[in-house]
Design a protein around this ligand. Structure first.
Ligand SMILES: Nc1ncnc2c1ncn2[C@@H]1O[C@H](COP(=O)(O)OP(=O)(O)OP(=O)(O)O)[C@@H](O)[C@H]1O
Ligand SMILES: [Mg+2]
Length: 351
C-alpha cells in the first residue's frame, strides 16, 4: 500500500525554501513508514511499539519566505533539531521534498551539498562549537579559509562581521577568555562571515542566563534589520519565539500543531496543547485590537477615537480607559468593531 503524495510545482512558488511532506523516521526500515497509511497514522508511541521506529519529523509542509524569521517551537523531543538538520541534509530525510531557490535539495550529490552548506546556509548551535586554539578573528574567518579565500579578504570580512556583532576589540582573545554571551556573538559572526542566504539557529541562546539571553535576542532582531537575512530559528521558549518570529510553527511529536503569527497563536490557539503553551504570555503585549473588537451595541455612540487593528492592546489601554466613548477599530475607512473598558480589562487583567 503506497500513499500517493502530490506536491505543488516549486517553480510556481516564491518561497526561498519549501518543505513538502517531510518525514524523518529513525529505526529499522524507516522508509516503509511514510508511505504506509496505517503506520503513518500511528501515534509516536504506537509506531515505536509496532515497528521500533521513531518518527522525529512527520509530514511537515511549509514555505519560508525570503527575508522572514521563521520560528520552530516545541517541547523537548518534538523534533526541532531533526527538522533543522534535515534542511541541509545533515540528517537525511526519509521522505518528502526540500526545494531551495527552485533546486531540489534531495537530488543534490555530496559535492553540491558541501558547496551549498558553505555558501548558502550557516548554522548557529546551542553549544557554540568554537575552535579553542584559535583567536576570535580566526574562528570567525574559519569558513572563509575552508572556502579558499585569500588572507587579506578573510581578514577584512572577519573584521566587518566582528564589528557588526559588537565584538570589536576582542579579535585577539581566545574563546575561553570570553563570557558565554560573547562566545555566542563569535558564533553569530562566524555564521554571518560566509554571507549565507539562510541562517539556521538551533536554540542558540538556551545555555545563556536570562539577562544575556534577552540581550542576544535583541541583537538578532537588530542584525535581522541590518542584514535582512532569512532565518530559521529553533527555540522552546515562547517569549523568544514571539520576540523574533514573523511566523511560528508549533510542533508536537514531530508533527505540526499550528502555524501562525504570535498573535494568532495566542488569540486563536488550535487546541489545548497550544493553549497550554501560550497560557503564561502577557496577552496584552501580543494581542492586537483586531482580536478583541466587538460589534457595536444598539444605540452605542460611534463618535469615539479611532485606532488601527494592528495596535497592541497594551498600547491602546490608556486611550480606551480614558475615553468615555467606545474606541473604534478602523481599517481603510471601514469600521471593524469597537472596544470599551470591559474588552480591554479582560485582556489586561489576564496579563
Ligand atoms: N539519531 C537518532 N536516532 C534515533 N532517534 C533519534 C535520533 N535523533 C533524534 N531522535 C529522536 O527523535 C525525536 C526528536 O528529537 P530532536 O532532537 O529532534 O528533538 P528536539 O525538539 O530538538 O528536542 P530538544 O528540545 O530536547 O533539543 C526524539 O524522540 C529523539 O529521541
Ligand atoms: Mg534540539
Amino acid at each position: 500500500m503506497t500513499a500517493q503524495l502530490e506536491y505543488p510545482d516549486p517553480q510556481e512558488s516564491d518561497a526561498l525554501l519549501s518543505i513538502q511532506g517531510l518525514w524523518k523516521v529513525f529505526g529499522p526500515k524507516p522508509a516503509r513508514v511514510p508511505h504506509h497509511p496505517e503506520l503513518a497514522a500511528l501515534s509516536r508511541e504506537d509506531l515505536y511499539r509496532r515497528t521500533g521506529c521513531t518518527a522525529a519529523v512527520r509530514d511537515l509542509s511549509f514555505d519560508v519566505a525570503p527575508g522572514e524569521v521563521f520560528v520552530v517551537m516545541g517541547l523537548s523531543g518534538s523534533g526541532k533539531s531533526t527538522l533543522v538538520r534535515c534542511l541541509t541534509r545533515l540528517v537525511e530525510p526519509t521522505a518528502g521534498r526540500l526545494i531551495f531557490e527552485g533546486e531540489d535539495l534531495r537530488a543534490a550529490d555530496e559535492r553540491r551539498l558541501r558547496t551549498l552548506r558553505r555558501s548558502k546556509f550557516s548554522m548557529v548551535f546551542q553549544h557554540f562549537g568554537l575552535l579553542p586554539h584559535r583567536k576570535v578573528i580566526d574562528n570567525v574567518s574559519y569558513g572563509l579559509e575552508v572556502r579558499g579565500e585569500g588572507k587579506a579578504d578573510r581578514k577584512r570580512r572577519a573584521q566587518e562581521v566582528i564589528d557588526l556583532v559588537g565584538l570589536r576589540g576582542n579579535e585577539n582573545l581566545y574563546p575561553e577568555q570570553l563570557s558565554g554571551g560573547m562566545q555566542q556573538r563569535v558564533g553569530l559572526a562566524r555564521a554571518l562571515a560566509n554571507d549565507p542566504d539562510v541562517l539556521l539557529f538551533d536554540e542558540p541562546f538556551s545555555a545563556l542566563d536570562p539577562l544575556i539571553r534577552r540581550e542576544m535576542q535583541t541583537e538578532v532582531v537588530r542584525l535581522h534589520r541590518e542584514v535582512g537575512k532569512t532565518m530559521v530559528f529553533i527555540t522552546h521558549d515562547l517569549s523568544e519565539a514571539l520576540k523574533l518570529g514573523d511566523r511560528i510553527l508549533l510542533m508536537r511529536d514531530g508533527a505540526a500543531v499550528q502555524f501562525g503569527t504570535g498573535d494568532e497563536l495566542v488569540g486563536a490557539p488550535a487546541d489545548d496543547y497550544v493553549r497550554e503553551f501560550v497560557r503564561d504570555v502577557p496577552r496584552a503585549d501580543v494581542l492586537t485590537l483586531r482580536w478583541i473588537a466587538r460589534r457595536p451595541r444598539d444605540g452605542e455612540p460611534l463618535d469615539g477615537p479611532e485606532l488601527g487593528p494592528d495596535v497592541l492592546v497594551r498600547e491602546a489601554t490608556r486611550l480606551v480607559l480614558e475615553s468615555d466613548r467606545p474606541v473604534k477599530v478602523v481599517s481603510a475607512g471601514q469600521l471593524l468593531g469597537v472596544i470599551g473598558d470591559e474588552e480591554i480589562l479582560a485582556v489586561v487583567a489576564d496579563s
